[in-house]
Write a protein that binds this ligand. Structure first.
Ligand code: FSO
Ligand code: SF4
Length: 527
């Protein structure tokens, strides 16, 4: 019987760790073990490099290997083993050059003393989040030398036996700063390729006829799919974190990009059960597919699940989605227009309030604050998940007073983005800034407001109410802390890998607090 140790996400078993044969997410002990081996191989590679920057192909190994070990990304032993083999081949080459080191044994990390393990885990998970964003930017040909150099630097530091709280805390803050860099890189890559997002209302009604559902964060994959479905009679609907794609001019120009299907990732087994269409997963969050629809789920890139069809990139990263298009035709879609309403029964959602759109109406926003029409901004954003405590975020938005604005991003917004809570002047009260990486937009807007009002970000009428689930959220939290942002409310539970001493540090230095009830938190913030 195999055993696993994994505590990297919010739904970890008993709020402590997944052990035994299978994790709460459905990841097997063998896949978890291979992910540990892969991470250990990458740490060994980093040590062999002396923590120094790697060549482009080794950097891609860091990016892909780290992303592949993230939550709900890859469940396939064969795929993880193949990535491990690629990484170990580099060791073999280094050994022949007599400059090699050994793969790192992850048990050294999992067995370290509480606080060291906690801080090293914080860095490792933050780096996994950074790798995800670097992966999307690289797909659009964008790289940042400082980001690339950080992978070996941070991984080598995780192996350091002489690491102390005093060396690891600054490294955690540096992880946050590097994540800011990579989010900026990805923002530039996405807007450079597809234009500045524009506010866009997206229907949740599916037209009759064949269609494809595309999920995940990779806009480049969507762009390729749209090019290949142009004029084909096959429509395309976004799912989950792909929703904000509707706001990009160079993507929305394709008339077959029709609308959005479904809500956040944890509802996919129910929402896909009767789906007469294929689903393409470009990134997490993939759940183990039910037999009723497993034959129509396709994965690509670092995503994988045993038995699902996988589409690999060919020359220059091009992908051939003809099998997905053929599957859409075979399944035929709905016979009549069909609406899958949002969580609260809404039939459309609005997105596209990135930094370009919001700062484009900065004067309106600043005037509304000065005249008291906007009393407070809440950033209610982050990941969704299955825990019932996540209803907090819906209720928080429902109970927020009419003179407050809700900025939101990532998949947690599906809890409330179909609510009509009104407008303040020309502005809707819910402004969807985009995907989780568009936390960069929220930061840009906050910095612009603080400049306009001549105060620090912590003095703004702005509170961050964050829902976390996986490693990208860890990276974003580190970014916010590294910017000195205080008073963040975090839920639905605190990370299992944060030791009591590290939590004390976060509370004392950054006033990070767990969510309580929407009523109590709203009263305290606005009181
Ligand atoms: Fe959600 Fe999943 Fe974007 Fe995450 S779909 S939970 S933070 O992978 O990446 O928000
Ligand atoms: Fe458990 Fe989360 Fe790890 Fe899955 S990713 S095994 S749910 S801690």
């Amino acid at each position: 019987m195999s055993e696993m140790f994994c505590y990297q996400c919010e739904q970890t078993a008993g709020g402590k760790c997944c052990a035994g044969n299978v994790g709460v997410c459905g990841k097997s002990a063998s896949a978890a073990g291979l992910q540990d081996e892969l991470t250990g191989a990458l740490i060994g590679l980093a040590l062999g490099l002396g923590g120094e920057a790697a060549c482009a192909s080794a950097t891609q190994l860091f990016v892909d290997g780290l992303f592949m070990a993230g939550t709900n990304v890859n469940f396939s032993d064969a795929a993880i083993q193949a990535q491990l083999d690629k990484t170990l081949a580099v060791f073999e080459h280094a050994r022949q050059q007599e400059s090699g080191s050994k793969p790192y044994d992850m048990l050294q990390l999992w067995g370290a003393n509480d606080d060291i393990r906690s801080l090293k885990t914080l860095v490792l998970l933050g780096v996994r989040g950074i790798a995800a964003y670097a992966h999307h930017a690289a797909a659009l040909g964008q790289h940042d030398a400082e980001v690339d150099a950080f992978f070996p630097q941070a991984l080598a530091a995780i192996a350091a036996e002489d690491a102390t709280i005093d060396t690891l805390l600054p490294l955690a803050m540096q992880t946050g700063q590097i994540n800011l860099k990579v989010m900026a890189l990805l923002d530039g890559a996405n807007t450079g390729a597809y234009g500045t997002p524009q506010p866009t209302t997206v229907t949740q009604t599916i037209e009759p006829g064949p269609f494809i559902v595309i999920s995940g964060h990779d806009l480049h994959d969507l762009a390729m799919l749209l090019e290949q479905t142009d004029g084909s009679g096959v429509n395309v609907y976004t799912h989950g974190e792909m929703l904000p794609a509707h706001a990009y001019p160079q993507l929305k120009k394709h008339p077959q990009l029709k609308g959005n299907f479904g809500t956040a990732w944890q509802n996919q087994q129910r929402e896909f059960a009767e789906l007469p269409a294929p689903v393409l997963f470009t990134t997490n969050c993939l759940m183990p597919p039910r037999d009723s629809y497993a034959d129509r789920v396709y994965t690509t890139s670092v995503v994988g699940y045993p038995g699902l069809s996988h589409i690999e990139a060919g020359e220059q990263g091009n992908k051939d989605f003809s099998a997905v298009i053929a599957k859409a035709r075979e399944l035929g879609g709905f016979a009549e227009a069909t609406t899958l309403p949002g969580i609260n029964g809404g039939t459309s959602v609005t997105t596209g309030f990135g930094h370009g759109a919001v700062l484009g109406v900065a004067d309106v926003v600043i005037d509304a604050v000065k005249q008291g029409a906007i009393r407070h901004f809440f950033l209610v954003g982050g990941c969704d998940g299955a825990r019932p405590g996540r209803n907090y975020f819906t209720e928080f938005v429902q109970k927020s007073p009419a003179d407050t604005v809700i900025l939101t991003l990532a998949c947690g917004k599906f809890r409330f983005n179909d609510l009509d809570i009104g407008q303040i002047g020309p502005l809707p009260r819910i402004l969807d800034m985009g995907q989780c990486n568009d936390a960069y937009s929220a930061i840009k807007v906050a910095l612009a407001l603080s400049e306009a009002f001549g105060c620090g970000v912590n003095e703004l009428p702005l509170t961050l109410v964050l829902s976390w689930y996986e490693q990208k959220a860890v990276a974003i939290l580190l970014t916010l802390l590294s910017l000195g942002i205080k008073g963040i409310l975090l839920g639905p539970s605190l990370p299992a890998f944060v030791s009591p001493a590290v939590l004390d540090y976060l509370v004392e230095n950054f006033d990070v607090a767990p969510i309580s009830t929407p009523e109590a938190d709203l009263a305290r913030i606005l009181g």
